[in-house]
Design a protein around this ligand. Structure first.
Ligand code: MN
Ligand code: FE
Length: 323
């Protein structure tokens, strides 16, 4: 079984790999290796000087959210996932992910130490702005439920708590909150600003799309091994988590861009949030909720690489974990 109480005596070798998809994602992730200082930011510094206060504020709050959340994702992996994952290929894949999250933090650090962003405002915002803190708390609540070996992975409740943490970490934090941020970050490039910063975001997006695939595969595998946990009630709980995250993100975007920037208003950004949330719902096998068009066409092909799978509402016939 994919989840268990991990023992220090478990076989740590990559022999008889059981979850081949995890080893493939690990190899792909390693092939994607990059470092922030490969991209110089001089032109972006010149752009900064001609940006409006609202635009600068949006970049500052972008940093304020991403920088601590990269670390929170790692806490979720270390405290919420490691204690229950016995297969070395899964652990190695997550260890690689943790390096990537650190690399993302160092990337934002690199940007903040190059472009004259108000660091104090950036660092404090995730505690000072209630709408930002609410998103962070949403994630941590689910991590808290798992830490220190609190759940029993041999029970339905334990498995459901584990799945909810994957939904909170991979599917909502990385797959919805982050994509909303990426869309705003990449909008600057669409307007001819901060294009090197945009290249750094492209690399982060490429990493995050693999993290999202890992999370989706993990949910799928748990449900294949334990179909009894996917009750109608549990499916409804998961769906409601996603709808709740859209509310949190919508409220946050009203703080992030109260007046509109770069020809986008808050409604535009929130329509993208609804669009991406529908994608995540469909990937989990749910009916979409919002049924809106993607307002940010530049975000379509490049960033969404997760294949459709049906976890909750249909049989998993068209998708093979080892396919
Ligand atoms: Mn990241
Ligand atoms: Fe990630």
């Amino acid at each position: 079984m994919i989840l268990k109480k991990v023992s220090l005596q478990d076989d740590p070798q990559l022999v008889n790999v059981k979850y081949e998809w995890a080893r493939e994602l690990l190899e792909q992730a390693i092939a994607n290796t990059w470092f922030p200082n490969e991209i110089p930011l001089q032109e972006d510094m010149a752009d900064w000087d001609r940006m409006t206060d609202e635009e600068k504020q949006a970049v500052t709050l972008f940093m304020s959210f991403f920088n601590p959340q990269e670390f929170r994702v790692n806490q979720s992996i270390a405290m919420g996932m490691y204690p229950y994952l016995g297969s070395p290929e899964l652990v190695m894949c997550l260890t690689r992910q943790m390096w990537e999250e650190v690399n993302h933090s160092l990337t934002f650090e690199y940007v903040m130490s190059t472009i004259p962003i108000d660091r104090e405002a950036a660092f404090n915002a995730h505690n000072d702005i209630p709408e930002m803190k609410a998103k962070e708390d949403f994630l941590l609540e689910h991590v808290e439920a798992l830490r220190d070996g609190k759940i029993d992975p041999e029970t339905t409740e334990g498995l459901q708590a584990f799945v909810k943490n994957i939904v909170a970490t991979n599917i909502i934090t990385e797959g919805i909150f982050f994509y909303s941020g990426f869309m705003i970050g990449l909008s600057f490039r669409q307007r001819g600003l901060m294009k090197n910063f945009g290249s750094l975001i492209d690399w982060v997006v490429r990493d995050e799309s693999l993290h999202l695939q890992f999370g989706m595969n993990l949910v799928l595998t748990i449900l294949e091994e334990h179909p009894e946990i996917a009750t109608a009630e549990f499916a409804q709980e998961v769906r409601e988590m996603i709808l709740k995250s859209v509310e949190l993100e919508t409220a946050y975007n009203e703080v992030l861009i109260p007046k509109g920037i770069l020809g986008m208003n808050c409604k535009f950004v929130n329509q993208y949030v609804q669009f991406i949330a529908d994608r995540r719902l469909e990937e989990l096998g749910f009916e979409p909720e919002y049924k809106v068009a993607n307002p940010a066409k530049f975000m379509s092909a490049a960033s969404d690489t997760v294949e459709l799978v049906n976890f909750f509402e249909a049989a998993n016939t068209s998708y093979e974990v080892n396919g």
